[in-house]
Design a protein around this ligand. Structure first.
Ligand code: TRP
Ligand code: SF4
Length: 521
């Protein structure tokens, strides 16, 4: 893990929103939002970080976007609730953010498209300019930030973001956001940021503040009501997603869990107690099981000494004659006194009230969750649902290796002169063989080819046939790089011409927006 990138200047920045790829020799997986880490093996992200494969949820997504169909969006965390809300027409949201450190480029276009597509599927859509982060973590001046911020927003509008339905904001201008960041900061401490991001004693306080600001960004769509929210990002942002998911939970007033007796048990202990209970009762749960009986059963049937067994036995023995009875527990995590009282009132049927928790013997888990959230919301809490995320692959640089803003030839800016865009594609590295003869014989390596990526990620648009045709003809040896690049270069030129025309048209929309691009700082 790279440490706090204090020293990294905008020039040596890696384009994390679409800019990184497998560079030779990089086989270690590091997810570092401010580093220049590369991802050489996407499969490792599944094993090491618990990111799930997108293909597994794909069948649940109505009219999936081509980036989903083509595996460019390769992973997710908890996307199911979003897909379900989409299908059921329930409220849900999409949000992503951009550090205005340079021109928006074709890597950012991926993310713009992801936001826009989700908006078109019916989500509340948010796009934000991470100007506090750019200023604190990258050291950009406000003048530079203003200029780039405008360019990002203009491209987002030109590509089809509907600003009347959705919301665009700058972190620095959003008071509500900053208030939320402040609240979230109460739930996170320095040691944790150190462990997640490698922060140390030299890290700026403002950089840390930009982290809680991003946490607030991610939860911002839920300020009016809790809803599933998807955050489309590159995998380098996953540490932020995990922290945001944790914080969402930590902000909750109550934790709902299953319990078997009045005392508290952790997950491992609870599992053992559940096993004893199941063994000592019939299927209907009949049988007069006391805690001490369960302790005896565990001593006898779980002879493997483990710390969970030891502590479960101890707790059960101490509870003696208390009956073992399954129940749903509302644990008071950070509820106000009024909220706790309100929950006591709201739990119907048989219940028992303790110092820090309430046990219900009649509610099922789902109803209990819903009730806990309702009482929280009625009593001034946020009731956050854990945010979800989707991850896209980083685009390879046109010159091979990383796509980086310090190497203009490695990327295509959305503001590039269309003819320059044409030229850059024409001089891009390919996955072709040394000679035409070999190419015909062996076929090209489309999987290693930045030009093929351009087709798949952008130039083929929604038309899977084009992408497939390029791929099949390439690996089949029917396609030669010269002609392939000529075609790609022309398409790129047309795309840039069209996009820039749309940017001009979007100027009017931009003027109507309530966003200030002259920060008086
Ligand atoms: N940290 C992101 C980046 O480096 C930008 C960002 C800020 C962001 N807030 C966000 C991304 C919220 C997604 C969601 O590009
Ligand atoms: Fe790449 Fe096209 Fe050459 Fe295949 S034919 S290697 S896709 S440039």
């Amino acid at each position: 893990m790279t440490r706090d990138s204090e020293s990294s200047t905008p020039e040596d920045e890696v384009l994390t929103d679409g800019g990184e790829t497998a560079a030779e020799g990089a086989d270690e997986v590091a997810l570092d939002p401010w580093g220049s880490s590369t991802v050489s093996d996407y499969r490792k992200l599944f094993e090491e970080f618990g990111i799930e494969e997108f293909d597994e949820v794909l069948p649940e997504v109505p009219n999936p976007h081509y980036l989903m169909r083509r595996g460019v969006i390769f992973g997710h965390r908890d996307y199911r609730p979003v897909a379900e809300a989409m299908r059921e027409d329930d409220p849900w949201a999409v949000l992503s953010g951009f550090m205005p450190t340079g021109d928006p480029h074709i890597g950012h276009k991926l993310v713009f498209d992801e936001i826009i597509w989700h908006q078109q599927q019916g989500g509340d859509a948010y796009g934000l300019i991470a100007d506090l982060e750019a200023h604190s973590a990258r050291g950009l001046t406000w003048g530079e930030i203003d200029e780039h911020a405008r360019d990002y927003i203009l491209s987002l509008l030109a590509l089809g973001f509907d600003a009347e339905k959705g919301e665009l904001y700058r972190q620095s201008d959003n008071r509500e956001l900053q208030d939320l960041a402040f609240e979230l900061g109460i739930e996170a401490n320095y040691s944790e940021l150190q462990a997640i991001y490698g922060f140390d004693g030299e890290t700026d306080v403002s950089h840390m503040q930009s982290v809680v600001t991003q946490m607030a960004d991610i939860l911002y769509p839920q300020l009016d009501e809790p809803k599933p929210t998807v955050i489309p990002v590159g995998p380098d942002q996953d540490p932020h997603i995990r922290l945001a998911r944790d914080l969402a939970t930590r902000m909750r007033f109550f934790k709902v869990s299953k319990a078997y007796a009045s005392f508290e048990a952790d997950d491992a202990e609870r599992e053992l107690i559940a096993a004893a209970y199941a063994a000592l009762t019939d299927e209907a749960g009949n049988g007069d099981v006391r805690c001490e009986d369960a302790a005896d059963w565990l001593r006898e049937h779980q002879p493997e000494p483990s710390s969970a067994r030891e502590s479960a036995v101890k707790k059960l023995a101490a509870a003696g004659k208390e009956p073992v009875r399954p129940r749903i527990r509302f644990f008071d995590r950070k509820a106000t006194d009024e909220a706790f009282e309100a929950l006591i009132e709201a739990v119907e049927g048989e219940k028992r009230v303790y110092e820090g928790h309430i046990d219900s013997f009649e509610l099922d888990r789902q109803d209990a969750e819903a009730l806990a959230r309702e009482v929280e919301l009625d009593n001034g809490g946020y009731g956050f649902i854990q945010p979800s995320s989707i991850y896209h692959r980083f685009m390879t640089g046109l010159t091979g290796g990383k796509m980086s803003s310090s190497v203009p030839a490695s990327h295509i800016s959305l503001l590039d002169d269309p003819e320059d865009g044409y030229d850059k594609v024409k001089s891009a590295t390919t996955g072709g063989r040394e000679t035409a003869e070999k190419q015909r014989e062996l076929g090209g390596e489309a999987d290693q080819c930045p030009v093929y990526e351009l087709y798949a990620y952008l130039l083929a648009g929604d038309d899977d046939d084009i992408a497939k045709e390029v791929y099949d003809e390439c690996v089949g040896g029917e396609r030669l790089c010269g002609g392939c690049k000529e075609q790609a270069a022309e398409l790129m030129q047309e795309f840039l011409e069209d996009h820039q025309e749309k940017r001009e048209e979007a100027e009017e929309l931009l003027a109507d927006l309530d966003i200030d691009f002259d920060s008086l700082r």
